[in-house]
Write a protein that binds this ligand. Structure first.
Ligand SMILES: [Zn+2]
Length: 304
């Protein structure tokens, strides 16, 4: 017994070192290099950034890649996230078919590792309690526990917002911002998985026809409606997918027009006038498209 205990004492550091290595395969070559805060290439003007770093200030480490600056606790949590962030950056820039605006501004990403820290931040930032991630003035705040296995498209969705913010710093309509973030991140997620030999395709979700929000109402929303959050995201994603599939070039200049705060009707007529003469004509075709496959096996397979 005593021998066993002694053996444990001797082997435990070794075993735990091996375990730490397998759970954290990054302390070596591929880990995101740590950079002193004072040596980061840029500062974050967002007041929420200061609030984040004030929570257990001693815990934060920092690092950066080509387009992002990270504030994190453990390198094995931030490293895979930094790879995914740059991947999504490339996908979104490609989807928008143009170089990002001039300037080398990097977006800041804050990664909270514990739920209590995240809750404290939500309180300080006055966020809705269900918020899983928040982007504010070009910065992103998320919670990731060690051992988190990436599921879904949350990071890609938030990265898409960060990049849209760089192209359209004055904002775009809420449905378009959320719909585009869902659309592009679902596609990115599928190709990210395929690149790792998973059989994946974008998981666009149809909306039950009776639940569809009329387009005029959808256009006027400045935040997702609390009582119809899922419908809002699914319908916005379907609308972006529908417009992008109808004509990609038109979609990009339509996006630019709404980024310049033109009314929806004007932007639609100028860019899709040859396809939909009025928004009523668009609505009719879109309702079919949005509810297509709802409740069928194709839809259920896509929802998995
Ligand atoms: Zn969003």
């Amino acid at each position: 017994m005593r021998f066993l205990f002694a053996l444990l004492l001797v082997t435990f550091p070794l075993v735990s070192a091996i375990f730490a290595q397998s759970a954290a395969p990054t302390p070596g070559l591929n880990a995101l290099p740590e950079v002193e805060f004072s040596r980061l290439s840029q500062r974050d003007p967002s007041p929420l950034g200061q609030k984040a770093l004030a929570i257990h200030p001693e815990q934060w480490k920092h690092g950066e890649t080509e387009h992002f600056i990270y504030h994190f606790v453990d390198s094995f949590v931030v490293t895979p996230l930094s790879v995914e962030a740059e991947f999504h950056y490339r996908v979104v820039a490609k989807e928008l078919q143009r170089e990002p605006p001039a300037g080398d501004t990097k977006s800041h990403i804050y990664i909270f590792q514990t739920i209590p820290d995240w809750k404290q931040f939500q309180g300080a930032a006055q966020l809705e309690p269900w918020t899983g991630g928040i982007h504010s003035q070009g910065s992103l705040f998320i919670q990731r526990s060690p051992g988190y296995t990436s599921g879904g498209n949350l990071l890609g969705h938030e990265i898409a917002h960060l990049i849209l913010h760089r192209y359209y710093p004055d904002g775009i309509p809420c449905w378009l911002n959320e719909g585009f973030a869902q659309y592009v991140s679902k596609g990115a997620r599928a190709s990210y998985m395929r690149a790792r030999n998973y059989n994946a395709r974008p998981q666009s979700r149809a909306v039950e026809e009776e639940k569809l929000i009329p387009l005029a109402e959808l256009m006027a929303m400045t935040s997702p409606p609390n009582d119809r959050v899922a419908t809002f995201y699914d319908e916005s994603e379907r609308l972006v997918r529908f417009l992008a599939a109808s004509d990609k070039t038109s979609f990009l200049s339509f996006l630019d027009a709404l980024g310049r705060h033109q009314p929806f009707e004007t932007a639609l007529f100028q860019n899709y006038g040859n396809k939909f003469l009025t928004s009523a004509a668009l609505e009719e075709k879109f309702r079919d498209y949005a509810s297509q496959e709802f409740g069928t096996s194709v839809q259920q397979a896509a929802a998995r």
